[in-house]
Design a protein around this ligand. Structure first.
Ligand SMILES: [Zn+2]
Length: 313
C-alpha cells in the first residue's frame, strides 16, 4: 500500500473508531441506573448537601428523563419525568393534574399523547414549593386555560419567596397565589374528591393528596405523598415533623392502598412500568398494595430516625 493511501486508510479507520467510541460514550453510564442506584445517589446528596456530579447530569438529561406516559389505573395516568412525578386523574367533570415537574413541555406533550384536552384540566394540585414540582407552573398555566392551581399556604411561600428553602425559587418563575389549601380540605371535581393533607417534613409546606383510584371499576384509595427526601432540612424539629407526617399517612382510617409516589425511584416504579403496561383490566393492579405502602413509610421513618440521631450526635 502506498504510504499516502495507508495513512488515509489509517485516518479513516481512526475516524471510524472514534465514531464508534462516540456511540458508546454517547450513552452515559447513568442511563442504565436503576432505582436503587438513584436512591443511593440522593441519599448522598441529602447527607452531604452536595449534589453528586453524575446525579446532576442524570437529572438534566432529557433523553433519560422524558419517559412515555403510562396508565396506572382506570382514572390515573403517569405523565411526569423519570425522576419526578406528574399524575393526571380523570373525573366526571374533567381532569386534575398533580404537580407540573420542571419540564412543562414534557407534561403537556404527555397530556396530548393520552388524549387529555387542555381545556378539560380544571385543577392543578401542587405538593410543595420546590422547582421540580412547581417549576413548570408558569408554562402549564399558559397552556391550560381553565385550570385553578392549589397548594398549601407555606408551599406557596416556598415557591414564591426568594428566601424560601428552595434557592431556585423566584417569584418571576412562579404563578401568583391561586387557591390556598388548608389541612384536611377537600377539593371536589365532579364525582371525585381529593383530600389535601398537610404533611410537613420534606419542606414545612409539603402537602399530600389522597384520592380514589379505580381498577376494573373497583375503588381503591391512592396517595401522592408530597415530599420524601430529607435534603432541605433546617433542624431536628423538621425531621420530627416528617416522622409524624408519615405516621399520619399510615392511619387505617385513611385506608391508603396505592402509593402513587412523588419520585419513582423511591418505590421502584420505573422498573414496574413494563409490568404495569401489561396489566389486564380484569386482573389485579400491582400498584394496589397496602403492605408495600406501609413498608415504604417505615423505610422513610427509619431514614429520618437515623438522620435525627446523627443531628443530635
Ligand atoms: Zn422537594
Amino acid at each position: 500500500m502506498h504510504r499516502r493511501s495507508f495513512l488515509a486508510a489509517a485516518a479513516g479507520s481512526l475516524a471510524f473508531l472514534s465514531l464508534a467510541g462516540c456511540a458508546v460514550a454517547g450513552r452515559p453510564a447513568y442511563a442504565e441506573w436503576d432505582s436503587e442506584t438513584v436512591k443511593r445517589k440522593f441519599g448522598e446528596f441529602a447527607e452531604t448537601g452536595k449534589m453528586p456530579g453524575d446525579l446532576g447530569a442524570w437529572l438534566r438529561d432529557p433523553s433519560v428523563q422524558e419517559i412515555e406516559p403510562f396508565q396506572c389505573f382506570d382514572n390515573v395516568w403517569y405523565v411526569g419525568l423519570r425522576w419526578v412525578e406528574s399524575y393526571v386523574i380523570r373525573t366526571s367533570a374533567g381532569y386534575v393534574l398533580i404537580d407540573t415537574t420542571e419540564n412543562p413541555g414534557h407534561v403537556l406533550r404527555n397530556l396530548k399523547k393520552i388524549g387529555v384536552p387542555y381545556g378539560d384540566v380544571k385543577y392543578v394540585l401542587m405538593t410543595h414549593g420546590h422547582f421540580d414540582h412547581v417549576g413548570g407552573a408558569v408554562e402549564v398555566k399558559k397552556a391550560l386555560p381553565n385550570a385553578r392551581f392549589a397548594m398549601g399556604e407555606r408551599g406557596w411561600e416556598e415557591a414564591i419567596s426568594k428566601k424560601g428553602p428552595d434557592k431556585n425559587a423566584h417569584a418571576a418563575r412562579m404563578i401568583p397565589r391561586d387557591i390556598v389549601l388548608k389541612d384536611g380540605e377537600t377539593v371536589t371535581l365532579g364525582d371525585t374528591k381529593f383530600l389535601a393533607l398537610s404533611t410537613p417534613g420534606h419542606t414545612w409546606g409539603t402537602f399530600s393528596y389522597v384520592y380514589p383510584v379505580f381498577w376494573n371499576g373497583k375503588r381503591h384509595v391512592g396517595v401522592t405523598i408530597g415530599g420524601l427526601g430529607l435534603n432541605a432540612i433546617e433542624g431536628p424539629s423538621q425531621v420530627e415533623a416528617f416522622i409524624h407526617s408519615m405516621e399520619r399517612l399510615a392511619d387505617p382510617a385513611l385506608g391508603i392502598e396505592a402509593d402513587l409516589t412523588a419520585h419513582p425511584f423511591t418505590t421502584g416504579l420505573i422498573e414496574k412500568i413494563p409490568e404495569i403496561r401489561r396489566m389486564r383490566k380484569d386482573g389485579l393492579n400491582l400498584l394496589v398494595n397496602r403492605k408495600e405502602f406501609l413498608e415504604h413509610l417505615e423505610e422513610l421513618k427509619a431514614n429520618a430516625r437515623a438522620r435525627l440521631r446523627k443531628m443530635r450526635g
